[in-house]
Ligand binder design. Structure first.
Ligand code: GFB
Length: 315
């Protein structure tokens, strides 16, 4: 990738896409192409084809997706499959048809089987059944990464994928119904602290294990693989640190200074019991994460409070 390349970042307003734009800008890649959802509907193949034909980017980074936490996924598998499969097919195939030579496709470690060996190596893909709560999202992401793999193998374009673990950070979604666990917990503890609530209701049993990566670390990993001439087809990205949901809750309770008690609602799903990705491949290539969970949490809570104070995010 060259500093003058025209780089299309799909999904530049989302948490991942905006972090990728910040990282590209900071590294001196100034020739970026973006479109808002209103300007370009990625579900529409003709519109995507016309966009690529007009803009002719050299590189595409596909961060756009319908994303959500366990609540949104488990009640919306059909939509998650349909929209994410269309976004993947349109953005990847559209890029190929327009002569884009380089493309990075972003997925998630939920593409791996529910009972995959831990930590999960890239080779665990498609070895046993998926986790049911996010099967739709996972299937769409598997289709996208496979399309990249097939085009690279059969047509010689360098299309490759990164599979990040659970992400959090700047620009996250704080919706308590549809959001991921970490931002949702920040909001719930902050709300209880400010309103003086006695309890904070959390989902599941608190026993599942998760790994969290700050989105700026992911953006650095994106740049890292994009700057490789011959990156592997599929690469995991994670922090390598896993904690239980209960431990995460205790950390966020302490970091927000919320005195409320935690109540666990075991009628809500736990999801996959464990999801630690094996990051030995990307580490062996020379990338490692820089932001600890403690630092990332402190920064994210400060950003959340600033957004609430500015009125851009609701308490
Ligand atoms: O981040 P999350 O929603 O999704 O949360 P996944 C996971 C865990 O946090 C589950 C528990 O064990 C939940 O029971 N949890 C506790 C909560 N309290 C809460 C709460 O208030 N809100 C939420 N959301 N969870 C997602 C997938 O899986 O991970 C996506 O659904 C994607 O497809 C993403 O892959 C990275 O980690 O289970």
């Amino acid at each position: 990738m060259h500093k003058t390349d025209r780089i299309y970042v799909a999904g530049h307003r989302g948490m991942v896409g905006s972090a990728v734009v910040r990282a590209l800008n900071a590294a001196g890649y100034a020739n970026l192409v973006t479109r808002t959802h209103k300007e370009l509907n990625l579900l529409d193949p003709a519109a995507v084809r016309a966009f690529y034909a007009d803009e002719k980017p050299d590189v595409a980074v596909i961060c756009a997706a319908r994303v959500g936490g366990i609540g949104a996924n488990s009640s919306g598998n059909a939509t998650f499959l349909y929209e994410n499969a269309l976004i993947a097919m349109n953005t990847v195939m559209g890029a190929y048809e327009a002569g884009v030579k380089r493309l990075l496709f972003l997925g998630s470690t939920c593409i791996y089987p529910r009972m995959a060996p831990q930590p999960i190596p890239e080779s665990a893909l498609l070895t046993s059944p998926l986790e049911k709560t996010n099967e739709g999202y996972a299937l769409a992401k598997i289709a996208g990464l496979k399309l990249c793999e097939f085009l690279r193998r059969d047509k010689g374009v360098v299309y490759h994928s990164l599979m990040p673990t659970n992400l959090y950070g700047t620009g996250d979604n704080y919706d308590v119904v549809g959001g991921h666990v970490l931002p949702t917990m920040i909001r719930k503890f902050e709300t209880a602290r400010v309103k003086g609530d006695a309890t904070v209701p959390l989902w599941g049993t608190g026993t599942p294990l998760r790994e969290f990566l700050h989105v700026d670390d992911l953006a650095a990993a994106c740049l890292f693989v994009l700057e490789m001439e011959n990156p592997p087809d599929l690469v995991n990205v994670g922090s390598g640190v896993e904690i239980t949901i209960r431990e995460l809750a205790e950390k966020i309770k302490a970091a927000t200074g919320c005195p409320a008690a935690i109540s666990w609602d075991s009628t809500k799903p736990d999801g996959t019991p464990r999801k630690l990705c094996d990051t030995s491949l990307i580490r062996s290539l020379g990338w490692s994460p820089k932001i600890s969970l403690e630092d990332g949490l402190a920064r994210t809570i400060a950003e959340y409070r600033a957004s609430v104070a500015a009125g851009t995010v609701r308490l």
